[in-house]
Design a protein around this ligand. Structure first.
Ligand SMILES: C[S@@+](CC[C@H](N)C(=O)[O-])C[C@H]1O[C@@H](n2cnc3c(N)ncnc32)[C@H](O)[C@@H]1O
Length: 559
């Protein structure tokens, strides 16, 4: 038998109610369709399109129930992309592809088999597709070629597609126990969107219809939900592929989908040491791990941030840490070692994360510092604790509510004497202020793409257009922040993003606009594994098992 010949598969063409259509593995794929009744031909895009009455599938239907007059007519309008390319037979291409993929999975069909006129297995395949509720009569050669492209590509990318599908299922079990035809439909949808460049709306539409017709309405809803998630994520995944490569992107997606860990920073300004914190954690029988950063410990369990809500609503569930009052008494703060952002804990008046970005700032006793975009104050508090009671921090933020949280947190930590809060838009504040400061930190509003494991909602809310808006705001804020730096002073720019557009590219553009600033390596401020070739700080979820963040130091010339 030649390579291109198919081993015939026993797919029964005529099916009776007692013999429902099954996948090659024997799974019942749909209940019995009633006899089809052709309806008039409709003209579309200059071509004749035959609309087929399709019985509702998904539950056993009797001939009586599906008699001609009661048949629900499914509107099989040609979707725009196919119509534009003069394709007909909406969803049928996907239907044939799905059936062939099922057969391939069982080792009974070759990917590159085209018209299959040499034996009757091709006819069987088409007959089988008909039993799913589709007319294959008007499939043309180009449709069959498209089937081949879809099938070949789906087989080639199967592991990758499955990985993505699994990561977008609400739980792994859903993927593992997915019925075979449903899985093939999802694979086809993913392949069409990611690899064939089929417009997302069209791919979603067709595969949802296929699932509804061939399986049941609920299956269509599931395909709809998962494909839409992909569409929302697509721009992010594409970007990551471009600047991280495939393996790193897959690792990152895995990280973003895993349970986040949380870190605690001991509050040294109240005289506590990490040993004190560790002692309390041990007495509470809480699993911890000491971080590479002196003031931090990592907690693996018991604190969950609720996703889909705004940062005010983050909570710690029934955490023993919370119940023991460690946060309230100001012994520690919930902060990530990386750079921090506003995720955590506002309820306890403790600002977000800080960590290594504050090391990049390197606050020294006696210094004057402006923390632009400061609220809710994670970095402010950490910087203030490093000033050891000497020096001053001005905190600027446009958001009054968040600024109030910063103020309250400063009180709990006993640092309020050193902090002056300014409710203002940084751009206006910089114009109105003649004073110049030793250090200016701009922790810019950003996409948060480095903290997706903790901010699960961001992946669904962030649009590509946001990135464009954010980068121009970042440029404006950088220009304003730079006006506050004294000659010889330092400007620190940071984000909790891993996107070069918000990080390195903003610095490059800034230096072009402001030749009076020169980048200074962060060597000596953070461990070497966090230093990029250009001398910036960068933490990565996959490399360092912590939030992704970025920071750059820029020195203002003395002239
Ligand atoms: C990334 S968050 C800052 C997190 C903070 N540094 C911390 O560690 O807790 C960005 C902040 O920028 C503030 N912001 C946005 N646009 C601003 C503007 N034009 N002027 C001042 N603050 C602004 C937001 O209100 C938000 O609090």
């Amino acid at each position: 038998m030649g390579f291109h010949r198919e081993i015939p598969v026993p797919i029964p063409a005529p099916l009776s109610i007692r013999d429902p259509p099954r996948s090659p593995s024997g799974v019942i794929l749909a209940s019995i369709p009633a006899p089809r009744s052709p309806v008039p031909i409709r003209k579309l895009s200059g071509r004749l399109l035959r609309i087929t009455r399709i019985p509702k599938l998904g539950s056993a239907v009797s001939t009586k129930q599906t008699g001609r007059s009661k048949d629900p007519v499914i509107n099989l309008d040609v979707s725009h992309h196919r119509a534009g390319k003069n394709f007909i037979n909406v969803c049928v291409v996907e239907a044939v592809a799905a059936v062939r993929l099922l057969r391939i999975e069982k080792g009974k069909a070759f990917v590159d088999l085209l018209n299959e006129t040499a034996n009757d297995s091709g006819e069987n395949e088409m007959g089988y597709v008909e039993t799913l509720g589709f007319s294959t009569r008007y499939l043309e050669d180009r449709d069959i070629r498209l089937v081949t492209v879809v099938v070949a590509g789906t087989v080639r990318w199967k592991r990758y597609l499955d990985y993505l599908i699994m990561s977008l299922c609400s739980e792994e079990k859903l993927f593992r126990e997915m019925e075979p035809l449903l899985l093939q439909i999802l694979r086809i949808g993913f392949f069409e969107i990611l690899k064939l460049g089929v417009p997302a709306y069209a791919a979603v539409d067709e595969n949802v219809r296929l699932a509804k017709v061939a399986l049941r309405p609920g299956a269509g809803n599931m395909v709809n939900a998962i494909l839409r998630k992909l569409v929302l994520l697509k721009w992010m995944v594409r970007r990551w592929f471009r600047f991280l490569g495939k393996d790193e992107t897959l690792r990152l997606m895995n990280w973003n989908n895993s349970d986040p860990h949380f870190s605690l920073r001991v509050n040294t300004s109240k005289g506590y040491t990490r040993a004190d914190l560790v002692k309390r954690l041990e007495s509470l029988q809480i699993n911890y791990e000491e971080s590479i950063m002196d003031e931090f410990v990592r907690i693996q369990e018991g604190m969950q941030a609720r996703s889909g809500l705004d940062w005010f609503c983050c909570f710690f569930g029934d955490s023993a840490i919370l119940q023991a009052g460690l946060l309230k008494e100001g012994m520690c703060a919930v902060q990530d070692e990386s750079a921090g952002n506003y995720l955590y804990l506002v309820i306890m008046y403790d600002g977000p994360v800080t960590g290594l970005v504050v090391s990049v700032v390197g606050p020294k006793p006696g210094e004057t510092i402006v923390d632009c975009c400061a609220a809710p104050g994670g970095k402010t508090l950490f910087m203030a604790s490093r000033l050891l009671g000497q020096g001053k921090i001005w905190t600027v933020d446009v958001n009054k509510g968040r600024l109030r949280i910063l103020k309250d947190a400063a009180k709990v930590h006993g640092l309020d004497d050193m902090i002056t809060d300014i409710h203002a838009d940084l751009r206006q504040f910089a114009k109105d202020t003649a004073a110049k400061y030793d250090k200016v930190l701009l922790d810019a509003p950003c996409s948060g793409l480095g903290v997706l494991s903790k901010r699960a909602d961001l992946r669904w809310n962030r649009q590509f257009e946001d990135l464009e808006e954010l980068t121009s705001l970042q440029d404006e804020l950088l220009d304003s922040a730079s006006m506050l730096v004294k000659p010889g002073g330092i400007l620190i720019y940071s984000t909790c993003s891993i996107d070069p557009e918000e990080n390195e590219k903003r610095i490059t553009a800034f230096i072009q606009r402001h030749p009076e600033f020169v980048p200074q390596s962060v060597r000596g401020y953070v461990p070497t594994e966090f230093i990029t070739d250009e001398g910036f700080y960068s933490s990565s979820p996959t490399k360092h098992s912590m939030d992704g963040a970025f920071a750059a130091r820029l020195v203002r010339s003395v002239l």
